[in-house]
Design a protein around this ligand. Structure first.
Ligand SMILES: C[S@@+](CC[C@H](N)C(=O)[O-])C[C@H]1O[C@@H](n2cnc3c(N)ncnc32)[C@H](O)[C@@H]1O
Length: 220
């Protein structure tokens, strides 16, 4: 749970971001990405929102996907570009320098899947609504969305503990990065409001992390 706050600090150091996140989360963040990648069918056309250093995008390519990934941070995109060159995957991974705010410029119905890890909790409610609305629009009929992110636990005690333990770190993170993350209160509910059907929700890390898989419902 605390790695997510440190994450905001580490985001300012994209070159060592994956290595340090892996160290402080004891491999959990990487395994979340592996879980997301496993949900994506072979050969799928995938859009990743907020790709950071493109670690997940690269895993998806490794599983046969064709990926477009975007991020608004120039430093993150630069590190992602270095990865694309190093791994020689430029024919299967296209990087775009933009935020979710630019999703209204993407064509409708072109992707089999939209994925994202640890991004929606950094957005305002309004930005998240916008991102999810356009995620649904850019998906093909029966396309899927797979989101891994920090959420508010459903039961009172874990919720109180999360709030208590986060507070000092939250202040520290804000002082260093002038920014923070906000666990999402109702991720499946927000996906439903954007028009998705919820297929699966897996809670881990003391109910404070959710992997949610939704799909564009079949038309009756
Ligand atoms: C914690 S990092 C996660 C990066 C990557 N998804 C991962 O799991 O390693 C959050 C990312 O969200 C990106 N981000 C912040 N605001 C965004 C926005 N409005 N639209 C898309 N991405 C955004 C940041 O630049 C950063 O790369």
């Amino acid at each position: 749970m605390f790695s997510y706050l440190f994450m905001k600090i580490l985001e300012g150091r994209p070159r060592s971001y994956d290595r340090r996140m892996d160290a402080i989360s004891r491999g959990r963040i990487r395994s979340v990405k592996e879980d997301v990648a496993r949900e994506i069918p072979q050969g799928a056309r995938v859009l990743e929102m907020g790709c950071g250093t493109a670690e997940l995008a690269s895993m998806l390519v490794g599983r046969g996907a064709v990926v477009t990934a975007f991020d608004p941070s120039p430093a993150m995109i630069e590190v992602a570009r270095e990865r694309v060159n190093r791994e020689g995957i430029g024919d299967r991974l296209t990087l775009k320098h933009m935020g979710v705010e630019g999703m209204d410029g993407l064509s409708s119905g072109q992707y089999d899947a939209v994925v994202s890890t640890l991004v929606l909790s950094e957005l305002s409610d309004q930005e998240r609504r916008f991102a999810l609305t356009h995620a649904k629009r850019v998906l093909k009929p029966e396309g899927i969305i797979v989101i891994g992110d920090e959420v508010i636990p459903r039961k009172a005690l874990p919720r109180i503990l999360q709030a208590l333990f986060r507070l000092p770190l939250l202040l520290l993170t804000y002082l260093v990065s002038r920014n923070t993350t906000r666990p999402i209160a109702d991720l499946p509910g927000e996906l439903k409001s954007a028009g998705f059907a919820i297929n699966k929700e897996i809670r881990t890390q003391g109910d404070a992390f959710a992997l949610v898989i939704g799909s564009v419902p079949e038309k009756l």
